[in-house]
Design a protein around this ligand. Sequence first.
Ligand code: UN1
Length: 505
Amino acid sequence: MNPLLTKLNIETVNAGACFGHDGWIEDSTAELLDSINPSTGETIAQVQLCSTATYDRVIDETAESFKTWRSVPAPKRGALIRDLGNALRENLEPLGELVSLEMGKIRAEGIGEVQEMIDICDFAVGLSRQLCGSTMHSERPGHRMYEQWHPLGPVGIISAFNFPVAVWSWNAALAAVCGDTMVWKPSPLTPLTAVATQHICNRVTADHGVSGLFSLTIGDNETVGGRILDDERLPLISFTGSSKVGRMVASRVAGRFGKTLLELGGNNAIIVEPDANLDLAIRGIVFGAVGTAGQRCTSTRRLLVHESCIDEVIERLKKAYAQVSIGDPLASSTLMGPLITPESVEKMTGVIEQAISEGGSLVCGGDTIEGQGNFVQPTIIRMPVQTDQVIEETFAPILYVIPYQNIGHAIQIQNSVPQGLSSSIFTTNLLTAERFLSATGSDCGIANVNIGTSGAEIGGAFGGEKETGGGRESGSDSWKVYMRRQTNTINWSEDLPLAQGIQFG
Ligand code: UN1
């Protein structure tokens, strides 16, 4: 057994389905899923894939539990999430290291991911006393109008490999304080971090005498994923993944009038103006493009540079890229770990070839790294214009650098992609910054000034427009999607006046 699992107090990792402390469902006939270390190709552990019967059992428990959880006062629900945050604090290092081991992001980012889980728990605890509705003035005498927010129901959470636990927590912490129970289908590429997180949840819910609040079903996309999408018992499906799959998810869930919260592809650009502080810009670009080996939804994929400074920016980036140490994500000197699968490496190679055939010239990188693991070089390609390949999201550390003539032109290039997640500008000119943030500026859900495209804090709403899917998770008022709104009109008069002044009879 991997020592990290021992540190996390996990004796058994086999079962792939669970609905609480006494709710692990062992199935000796189940197919096994390998959790593979992307740095070595070796199997870390095996997890049972959830069968149809097991899936149904878990959802029954999750739906049953909703009937009691929805009536627990919201601040009491917050107390459970406070304890979850504390349990995550206690497990910050081993869980963060497990994220690095299984997903391949470097240790600092693995721990950062667990910190993000702790942060959203803290946010949700405060929120549990602020699930506020509005009051409105009725047009009728002796009437009062207001709205209130009720728990919605059990939520299906389908998460991606790149943030194997944090994105679940954004949904889970909010859904829990909103009074919803939930079932989680993690990416089949990262089952082990999900099992570890479920164990942590189980200890906390057991302390509170709660079962069926956080449930787990590890399975393939069709058996478990498809069932979740079609399951009438789940009024909301939160899906993180590609725009292609998200399009299918949206229409399939809409077909049964379910709600979706979609976090799909990004093709995020940084604009560098001639007056930018280039020291800051270079650091922001390298973190955005190389961090997490380019496998964040928010990774910087396009760099739009004013033609007057593009040569200097490229030269400085080339130097910075030469310093990027690639290797074991758990080694303290490493800045970039592997890609998640050998297929991702193959995809990256093909995309680089295609970009070059569309007129791109390789500035640095471009190669895979021989030996064990899915290691590649971070790559910069200078493009004369934004070509067909550039407008597609590739989950790899490829940065396209494109020149522009003026800020209007830069904004036009930046918005001319199907995705609309994150964007940023480096400038010291107030007017340019404001123009970028205005209604005629960036069309993305996230627009930053003098910081990069990735690494958002949990306090703001996270998500984007167009093919990014329109969903908002995490901070601000994202909680509303996990609740149902009810408008109430109360007549405390002795009369029955109708709205719009209608006289009836
Ligand atoms: C993702 O890539 O799916 O803003 C989420 C960021 C992180 C979350 C990314 N806080 O880069």
